[in-house]
Design a binder for this molecule. Structure first.
Ligand SMILES: *Cc1c(COP(=O)(O)O)cnc(C)c1O
Length: 234
C-alpha cells in the first residue's frame, strides 16, 4: 500500500523527467523490496517501439541504457544514430523475428527475446557464428497456448530447449512470456519460472507496464515496459 502512495507522489510532482521513467524505476525498487529481491537482478528494458528519437532522447538523458524494439526494420532506422550519439546502449528485440531477418537482428541487437522455432534457431546459429556476435537469447513460451501468439507451447519447452543446445549449439539464457490479455498474469509468470528452473535457465523476461510488479514477485530478471514510461502508443 505504501508503495502506491509513493508512486502517486512521484507521478504528480513536478519532475525534471516527464517521461514516467522515474516512476517506473521507483515501482521496480518497491517491488524488489517487497519480494524481496536484489534490484540489481532486475533489468528495465524500456520499450521504445513506435516512438521517435526525440521522444526517446530525454529517457536516454535520464540515464536509461537498455531499450526494446519489436521490429527489426524500425530499430534499424531509429537506433544506429542514437547509439552513435550515446555510447553504451543495449538493444533488445522483443517481437517476432523472421528467419530471413536473423542476419540484421544478430548485427543490431544485444538480446533476442523471441526464439521460438527450429528454422529461426538454425538461422540465428549461422549468423552468430558468421558475425562472431552472441546476443543473449530467450526462448518465448506461449503459456496461454494462444493460436495467434508466437512461442513454444509449455509442454514442448523442455524438448525445444534441448534441441536448441544439441542440434543448433545455441546458448539459451532464459525464457520470455506474454500472458493472455484477459487473464491474471501471475500463473503464466509462475509457469514460465518453473520451466526455466527445471531447465537451469537464469533469466526471465516477463512483465509489461500493467504487471511488472507481479512479474518481479515471481522472478522476472527483465521487465519490458513501454507505455508506463512514454505514455500511450497511437
Ligand atoms: C509493446 C510490448 C511491451 C511493452 O508494453 P507496455 O504495455 O507498453 O509496457 C512489452 N513486451 C512486448 C513483447 C511488447 O510487444
Amino acid at each position: 500500500m505504501s508503495g502506491r502512495i509513493v508512486l502517486i507522489i512521484m507521478a504528480t510532482s513536478a519532475s525534471p523527467n516527464p517521461s514516467g521513467l522515474a516512476a517506473v524505476r521507483a515501482a521496480i525498487a518497491l517491488a524488489c523490496r517487497d519480494a524481496p529481491r536484489d534490484p540489481a537482478e532486475v533489468t528495465l528494458v524500456v520499450v521504445s517501439k513506435t516512438f521517435p528519437p526525440e521522444v526517446i532522447e530525454p529517457v536516454i538523458a535520464a540515464g536509461q541504457r537498455v531499450f526494446g524494439e519489436n521490429r527489426v526494420q524500425e530499430a534499424k532506422t531509429k537506433w544506429p544514430a542514437l547509439q552513435a550519439k550515446h555510447p553504451g546502449i543495449a538493444l533488445h528485440l522483443i517481437g517476432r523475428l523472421q528467419s530471413n531477418k536473423a542476419k540484421e537482428a544478430v548485427a543490431l541487437f544485444d538480446a533476442i527475446h523471441s526464439v521460438d522455432r527450429p528454422s529461426l534457431c538454425e538461422a540465428l546459429a549461422k549468423e552468430i557464428a558468421r558475425q562472431a556476435r552472441a546476443p543473449l537469447l530467450f526462448v518465448e513460451i506461449n503459456t496461454g497456448a494462444e493460436a495467434q501468439k508466437a512461442g513454444v507451447l509449455p509442454q514442448d519447452a523442455d524438448a525445444f530447449l534441448d534441441r536448441c543446445r544439441a542440434v543448433y549449439g545455441l546458448t539459451i539464457s532464459g525464457l520470455m512470456c506474454i500472458p493472455p490479455l484477459e487473464e491474471a498474469p501471475g500463473p503464466h509468470f509462475a509457469l514460465t519460472a518453473k520451466i526455466a528452473r527445471r531447465n537451469g535457465l537464469k533469466l526471465l523476461s516477463m512483465g509489461m507496464s500493467a504487471d511488472f510488479a507481479t512479474a518481479i514477485q515471481l522472478g522476472a530478471t527483465h521487465v519490458r515496459v513501454g507505455s508506463a514510461v512514454f505514455g500511450a502508443r497511437n
